[in-house]
Design a protein around this ligand. Structure first.
Ligand SMILES: Cc1cc2nc3c(=O)[nH]c(=O)nc-3n(C[C@H](O)[C@H](O)[C@H](O)COP(=O)(O)OP(=O)(O)OC[C@H]3O[C@@H](n4cnc5c(N)ncnc54)[C@H](O)[C@@H]3O)c2cc1C
Length: 459
């Protein structure tokens, strides 16, 4: 017998639980289906555990440099990976249990565990059960891509999920992929005490960023002893006794690097292949992302796709913002659009990179006359006081009306300070508002007006 609901949410990641709770609050009889772990990627294998591990790695780093601050420690700094993992597991468990308890306590919400797939428009199968609803919200997320490279089937490798089970230190961690996820793990494991080599096919790290950002990040990580093999076009994996090796033959340097563990961090693919989308007339693009319009509606009546699976964002905050857009449009009479949001994200190395809006490369490509300013963190009093002067702040504004076009803050507290710029952009105010406010001393943010005083034409 088909169980009839008013709304069904598939996936309890970032957008799904909040939307299910909101539907329930609106008086809709709602089901939320989760096939694995409540909280999805962010809570179990993404943001929460990585930032918890980053904090442990930073503690080790600070302890090693304690004498720079006049603090003497007795003996060597040691990292106990079993304890590091236990701490991480505790934080994750609390977050996961919190999501589950929230859903269990929500009015009009039924929690169902199992794999959901469409069997017809507006109808799903979950194990033996058949469910139907006029509104279905897909929040199935993404998983680590397995790149098609020689040897990948013959060599055991880690991904962002498997590395979460490590409770011993890899002697030499080889990381394939020099982008956000790979770089966070690179610094973290280096600080735990592993030798770390990042193998990247492109000529520079995080190619989506401006070149000065990529270069500065490489310098920061290399300064801590992370090794790099960039331009490694012919990556191939092989076993060498008890070692793993990565052939990087086409770049400069030795033809291969060998290590104890390999982490593959080469991107993500959406969890859409086993959803029966075809049965419901839901279109995907060539890479498997669900095609959505600006209100996140799919090609099927009453079906929406939110979060990583729609290809319109790859972050927890984009997934959450998808929820806000869909809920506001359905229940609050709003007409919010995903295209209106300002791109913002951070890379949580230390010091972090906070990013908002366009890169300089994108500003140039837009053809819009612009001004740009850049300031090294060594000019920021707070950074000097903290002994953390690596990086820089950079901002681009439109030459005509001083609209902020984009900014990058690679430096201590960069992930927080970037929000000051993001809020001004969101309020559609010009950069000149920074000069009117009184800023707290000593902070990184207080230097934003001084940064803007240095605006020069972008060449
Ligand atoms: C290592 C790493 C670090 C990250 N760090 C950050 C960070 O610092 N900041 C940030 O903003 N983002 C970060 N991200 C990205 C972030 O985790 C994702 O963007 C976010 O989790 C996407 O949320 P979502 O709601 O789209 O999907 P998910 O959180 O992936 O949730 C999808 C859920 O759907 C379930 N599901 C899938 N298919 C089905 C099905 N057929 N039936 C039932 N259930 C199903 C899955 O089990 C999962 O629980 C990181 C990602 C990784 C991998």
């Amino acid at each position: 017998m088909t169980e009839q609901f008013d709304a069904i949410v598939i996936g309890a990641g970032q957008a799904g639980p909040a939307l299910a709770v909101r539907c329930g609050r609106q008086g809709l009889k709602t089901a939320i289906i989760e096939r694995h772990r409540f909280g999805g990627t962010c809570v179990n294998n993404g943001c929460v555990p990585t930032k918890t591990l980053v904090a442990s790695a930073r503690a080790a780093h600070v302890a090693r440099h304690a004498l720079d601050y006049g603090v003497r420690l007795q003996g060597e700094v040691g990292v106990d990976m079993a304890l590091v993992k236990a701490r991480k597991d505790g934080v994750v468990r609390k977050a996961r249990d919190g999501v589950r308890a929230w859903l269990d306590g929500a009015a009009n919400v039924t929690v169902i565990e199992g794999h959901a797939s469409f069997i017809a428009p507006q109808r799903l199968r979950v194990g033996e059960r058949e469910l139907a609803a006029p509104r279905i919200f897909i929040n199935v997320g993404a998983r680590a891509a397995v790149p098609d490279m020689p040897g990948i089937a013959d060599v055991p490798f880690l991904n962002n999920e498997r590395i979460m089970h490590l409770d011993a230190l890899p002697e030499h961690l080889l990381i394939v992929g020099g982008s956000y996820i790979g770089l966070e793990f690179a610094q973290m494991y280096r600080r735990f005490g592993s030798r770390v080599t990042v193998v990247e096919a492109g000529p520079r790290l995080i190619a989506r960023e401006d070149e000065d950002v990529s270069d500065a990040i490489r310098e920061i990580l290399a300064g801590e002893g992370v090794e790099f093999r960039l331009g490694a076009q012919c990556i191939a994996l092989q076993r060498q006794g008890d070692q793993m090796a990565i052939g990087v033959a086409c770049g400069d340097g030795p033809p291969e690097v060998a290590g104890s563990h390999i982490l593959i961090a080469t991107g993500r693919v959406p969890n859409t292949h086993d959803l029966g989308l075809h049965e419901a007339g839901i279109q995907t693009d060539a890479r498997g992302y669900i095609v959505v319009d600006d209100g996140l509606a799919t090609t099927a009546e009453g079906v929406y796709a939110l979060g990583d699976c729609n290809g319109r964002g790859a972050f927890t905050h984009t997934s959450w913002n998808d929820y806000e857009i869909v809920a506001a449009n359905l229940f609050d009479g709003a007409s919010r659009k995903v295209g209106d949001r300002i791109p913002a994200y951070a890379l949580f190395i230390d010091p972090p990179l906070g990013r908002v809006g366009m890169t300089l490369a994108q500003v140039r490509a837009s053809g819009r006359p612009a001004l740009v300013a850049k300031m090294p963190m060594s000019r920021v009093g707070r950074a000097l006081e903290m002994g953390e002067t690596a990086g820089f702040m950079k901002i681009a504004v439109a030459a005509d009306n001083r609209e902020i076009l984009g900014a990058a803050i690679l430096g201590v507290h960069g992930d927080e300070v970037i929000h000051a710029i993001l809020e001004v952009m969101t309020a559609r105010q010009p950069a000149s508002v920074f000069a009117r406010g009184m800023h707290i001393h000593p902070t990184v943010s207080e230097l934003l007006p001084a940064l803007l005083e240095g605006l020069e034409p972008l060449r």
